[in-house]
Design a protein around this ligand. Structure first.
Ligand code: ZN
Length: 92
């Protein structure tokens, strides 16, 4: 079973990351994405929490954006945590 949209206390969730990983595993989840809002925090904890479980952790994030004055949330998976926050201006 997959769960690809979950929040911990790093954003709007009610469970700490380790509690959430354990609860998901107990519920039968075997591929689990932590998609906290606007943060990549918690991935290392998630990998540690799941290392002895038959569960794949999918690194994720949920971006809070606005489109035409409406809130729009975008899920992303496997973001590059080492990517620079801003790119140099193009010379073209
Ligand atoms: Zn969400």
């Amino acid at each position: 079973m997959l769960e690809l949209h979950a929040h911990t206390t790093y954003s709007y969730g009610t469970l700490e990351l380790i509690e959430l990983v354990e609860a998901a595993f107990q519920a039968g989840v075997r591929a689990f994405a932590i998609t906290d809002h606007d943060t990549l925090s918690g991935w290392k904890e998630a990998f540690r929490a799941a290392r002895n479980l038959e569960m794949e952790i999918v690194p994720g994030v949920e971006l809070s954006t606005v489109h035409r004055d409406r809130s729009l949330h975008i899920l992303g998976f496997y973001p590059d945590a080492g990517h620079a926050r801003s790119m140099p201006a193009s010379k073209d």
